[in-house]
Design a protein around this ligand. Sequence first.
Ligand code: ATP
Ligand code: MG
Length: 507
Amino acid sequence: MGPDTALAPPLLTMSGITKSFPGVRALDGVDLEVQAGEVHCLLGQNGAGKSTLIKVLAGAHQPDGGVITWHGEQVALRSPIAAMRLGIATIYQELDLVEALSVAENVFLGHEPTSAGFVVRGSAARTETAALLRRLGHPEIDPERLVGDLSAAHQQIVSMARALSHDVRLMVMDEPSAALDPDEVENLFRIVGDLTAEGVAVVYISHRLEEIRRIGDRVTVLKDGRAVAVGLPAEQTPTRDIISLMTGRNVEYVFPDRPNSGPRTDPVLKVQGLTRAGEFAPFDLDIRPGEIVGLAGLVGSGRSEILETIYGARKPTAGQIEVGGRSLRTGSVRAAVRAGLGLAPEERKAQALLMLESVTRNVSVSSMSRFSYGGWLDRGREREAARGATRELSLSPDDPSVPVRTLSGGNQQKAVLARWLLRGCRVLLLDEPTRGVDVGARAELYAVIRRLADEGLAVLLVSSEVPEVLGLADRVLVLREGRVIHESPATDLDEHGVLDLVLEGAR
Ligand SMILES: Nc1ncnc2c1ncn2[C@@H]1O[C@H](COP(=O)(O)OP(=O)(O)OP(=O)(O)O)[C@@H](O)[C@H]1O
Ligand SMILES: [Mg+2]
């Protein structure tokens, strides 16, 4: 930064921002200062207030108190349009695209009409959208495709194209890397680099601390709705310090020990020649009680498809599955659940959660028979059981009567997992179990998964985070383009080796 910019007021300051929801003080006097051209990282545990703060900044929430300045002048961000007019663009944690509209329509949604109709319409919108997508490194996305047909990663690119279609001075990204593959994360970092080189400021939220080191300039840490550290240097501040600021304690980011003796009993899950033409080649797998098997591979390598096919949500074109020595009818979720399979799916919002229902109901929904007697539901027992499962994962707030919709992203993920803890299955299929979960809670989650395995559960784990697969699983299968290209004990692999396998197909 040159001497001139040092004298200029910051691009953005937020001071003493407060925001309450019924029963929750989400922001309790937060300060944030952002300079033009910097990457300012916002860190904090699940529920700390990060998304709430950036929604205030985006004009989507009105704060109860506090002052916001832009180029040194006080402003009110009364609506998303008002924020956008200043040049503040936001990529939300839960993307807010309209699935039934095309890419180009989404990009130009919300652009104000002029006397000549819309600023950009029809073919002009398509041409301009195509140019934005090229700039974002994704010329292959067709501006006319429906957004609902795109992968999560491509949807995020569309969300960024929409942000760039305005004259953006500050780009806010709420956990943009959570749904991305390693090479897509590289592309994201390149985009962030291009933006900051043009003087655009970026506010970046992530639970992956190594990302903060790579692209961050300064860090603000939130805890329980307060900023506990403002503007720390991103590169020099030790990880230990950041984690203890976030959590108020020293968390060792370690994986639980593996049991000394390997599993001895017969496999509880046997998969033979399971195939879905066009998605994955014949897939074989045995898992014994007590074993955690990891599936590594890129998005689109067939990982999630295999999990969903075992679970009966997709019908295989060939192959057999046995659970506990008994043949399982394929293509039936009901049969799979009855046989003792549980799936914590990747997209919690669309596939798993009843957003308007309470945490209790979301957690107990798969175990209702345990709480009903002759048509009578024992709500007290239902609530107590749900509370036990959510406490085990430190789900916040510690009040299972609140609707799931009001939980922070990471706490919604915990609600999905708590459901399967409560249900007590024989085989647990976990698809990206720690997506959006903070570092402190991760360690707890890993310990819970290992404990369940020690108690005799078999676990099949899919994760984009290679260290997680290597640290948690006993055995690892590496998938590439729908085919298993490597299988070994987790201790025989390192992160580099796995990345070479998933990206190049060889070590
Ligand atoms: N619409 C809402 N109604 C009620 N409470 C809410 C609402 N939105 C957020 N909260 C509460 O505000 C607090 C802060 O949530 P926020 O989403 O900002 O957390 P976060 O830091 O983004 O967490 P995560 O890392 O899990 O995404 C949480 O206690 C959450 O339950
Ligand atoms: Mg959030």
